[in-house]
Design a protein around this ligand. Structure first.
Ligand SMILES: Cc1ncc(COP(=O)(O)O)c(C=O)c1O
Length: 392
């Protein structure tokens, strides 16, 4: 297994290529939609992807290429393609792997728009089975003759449930089934799924990779074959490409990813420990707590436990009161920002999911999702303590 020995150094230099960009320490933003061909013959070869080169930014762009090179290094993949959002990356990956008539297996507890997308694909003839993904055997049991893909999200949004990456990947390999894992919550600082046998990794770069709540972006890392198919057969046609500025902001975010994640991990553990002892909190879900049912698995496959916590304060009324009383924490969806973001899942991110489906996935009425920022941990705890005291 490849080891991630010096992530702090890796992120500072990943994707940098001084010789390509006149020695510029910061990769330039190539705000160009189209690129001149040297001559007709080379132009034709570049256009067909037979030789490397840029010709149109819907296929690739030098700033995007630098970002892709960085993410390949961070996730230990062979190749990478960037997208305009996390959902574009997930749909790009799914459409590259699957065609009508195929079947995939996915967790029932998962980011709501991803399950929405899978249901949509179902209506187009790509069949999906949702399972309790905390048990690898459930993937095995869901296999049909036409199963082509196992989808994973670990830790899952918002329940923080884990998939046993190695066990599920090895079941997949035995049956020639491909695997995708959404690594958005963990980030490559805490977890490298490819080192546990996963074929491909997706991220919403909107979250920790960007890190400052100022971009929408996505990324897919996998084999050369997968990425080139996705670039030329899918994304060239669907067009979900990121702007050069988005790529540059993601590259800049990557430089401080290790520093930020170190602090997110520390702060989240402090906040989770505080919440676990608070009388108004019914349950805390954080893989770094000994009370998390998969804590041992978390220790096996994660180097740190991330900045995301879910906790239950009872019901919709209590949940809404809590988020109305915070001050330092910001009431907002999304996650992975330097500032602490809080939201009430049942009435916000998962409001569109029917109550029975939501509850089966562990998203209870009183569930709060907290994206712990990099402020002083005592200030975050103090803010939550005061807001909890106001719930009646
Ligand atoms: C785990 C996870 N995957 C994917 C996405 C989608 O990313 P984006 O909003 O960048 O499309 C999100 C968004 O919240 C997410 O939390």
């Amino acid at each position: 297994m490849k080891k991630n020995k010096s992530f702090h150094s890796l992120v500072v230099h990943a994707g940098g290529n001084l010789s390509k960009h006149y020695g510029a320490i910061s990769t330039p933003i190539f705000n160009a939609s189209t690129f001149a061909f040297p001559d007709a013959e080379k132009g034709s070869a570049i256009h067909e992807g037979d030789i490397p080169g840029f010709f149109y930014s819907r296929i690739n762009n030098p700033t995007q290429e630098a970002l892709e090179a960085a993410m390949v290094e961070l996730e230990y993949g062979e190749a990478c393609i960037a997208f305009s959002s996390g959902m574009a990356a997930i749909s790009g990956a799914l459409l590259t792997y699957l065609k009508p008539g195929d079947h995939l297996v996915a967790p029932e507890s998962i980011y709501a728009s991803t399950s929405g997308l899978l249901n949509y694909l179902d209506s187009l003839g790509i069949e999906v089975s949702f399972i309790d993904a905390t048990q690898p055997a459930n993937y095995q049991q869901a296999i049909l003759d036409n199963t082509k893909l196992f989808y994973m999200e670990s830790p899952a949004n918002p329940t923080l449930k884990l998939c046993d990456i190695q066990a599920i990947s090895s079941i997949a390999r035995e049956h020639q089934i491909r695997t995708i894992l959404d690594n958005t919550f963990a980030t490559p600082y805490n977890q490298n799924p490819i080192n546990f046998g996963v074929d491909s990794v997706v991220h919403s770069m909107t979250k920790y990779i960007g890190g400052h709540a100022d971009i929408l972006g996505g990324i897919l890392i996998g084999s050369n074959d997968l990425v080139e198919k996705c670039r030329w057969n899918i994304n060239k046609l669907f067009g979900g490409v990121p702007s050069p500025l988005t790529c540059w902001l993601a590259l800049r975010g990557i430089k401080t990813l290790a520093l930020r994640m170190e602090k997110h991990n520390l702060n989240a553990l402090t906040v989770a420990n505080f919440l676990e002892t608070h009388p108004k909190v019914k349950k805390v879900h954080y893989p770094g707590l000994a009370s998390h049912p998969q804590h041992d698995l978390a220790k096996k496959q994660m180097r740190g436990f991330g900045g995301m916590i879910a906790f239950d304060v009872g019901g919709v009324n209590e949940g809404q009161q809590l988020v109305n009383h915070v001050n330092l924490c910001t009431l907002a969806v999304s996650l992975g920002d330097v500032s602490t973001l809080i939201q009430h899942s049942a009435s916000m991110t998962h409001a569109s999911v029917p109550k029975d489906v939501r509850e089966k996935a562990g998203i209870t009425d009183g569930l709060i999702r907290l994206s712990v920022g990099i402020e002083d941990a005592n200030d975050i705890v103090g803010d939550l303590d005061l807001a909890l005291s106001k719930i009646h």
